[in-house]
Design a protein around this ligand. Structure first.
Ligand code: URA
Length: 234
């Protein structure tokens, strides 16, 4: 197995991060620094990342977490804010988040120690629709819906076609369901800003066919066999 894939498969990190670790000289094979991502790991090779031995056959775990607002999607935070690691702290395996949700966004986050899957899911080319429900200030007209669906400029980047549904228009705010395949930083907030509506509340309700459902905020559940097979099929 290629070295970058091997590191990801050991559940240390994503494949992209593995490439960085290798390039930065953090990876040793049989005691010597190895900087070739494509090095073919042989049986019996001792692979060390930051001095610690790793193995690619760790048990893989997949959980769905309902991230509350006020948690950062990271395993640690220098500023001492709450992290999503705390939401799965009773799981002994070191899980890490697949993609990100903003500090102020709640909802579905998948966490796993399967670095390969994490890499696949995070890559926009696999085109998994992520579903968000947003409460936005003001009125969402048909013209705005059409713009959001077609693609809007969010500052040097025009978003790909999105699925957008007005769920309810209140006098001063609207509930909108939006499905996007890309994952630019703060994309949904920026898309609504581009049509003149501020997002007041944002929740992710699904990643592809994986649904948040009735999972309580701050809680997690293990993905079912069917859900894991679905993710692997992507
Ligand atoms: N879009 C956003 O603006 N924020 C998120 O957390 C996710 C998507």
């Amino acid at each position: 197995m290629r070295l970058n894939k091997y590191i990801a498969a050991a559940g240390i990190c994503s494949r992209r991060k593995a490439d960085e670790l290798i390039a930065n000289g953090n990876v040793k094979i049989n005691g010597a620094v190895m900087k070739e991502m494509g090095y073919d790991v042989a049986e019996g090779d001792l692979v060390q990342v930051n001095g610690k031995e790793i193995a690619a056959d760790e048990k893989k775990l997949y959980v769905a977490v309902n991230k509350p607002i006020g948690y950062i999607t990271s395993m640690n935070d220098e500023q001492g804010r709450a992290t999503v690691a705390e939401l799965v702290k009773d799981i002994p395996e070191r899980l890490f988040p697949v993609g990100r949700l903003d500090y102020n966004t709640s909802g579905l986050l998948i966490m796993t120690n399967d670095g390969q899957m994490s890499y696949t899911l995070a890559h926009p080319k696999h085109g998994v629709y992520k579903t968000y429900v947003a409460r936005v200030a003001g009125v969402i007209s048909d013209t705005k819906l059409a713009k959001l669906r077609k693609g809007v400029d969010i500052g040097g980047f025009v978003t790909a076609p999105a699925r957008v549904k007005l769920v309810r228009q209140h006098p001063k705010s609207a509930i909108v369901e939006i499905q996007i395949r890309e994952g630019k930083n703060r994309q949904v907030r920026k898309m609504f800003a581009a049509v003149g509506n501020k997002v007041q509340k944002l929740q992710r309700t699904a990643i592809g066919e994986i649904k948040l459902g009735r999972l309580m905020e701050g809680h997690y559940r293990k993905l079912t066999k069917e859900e894991i097979e679905y993710l692997k099929s992507l």
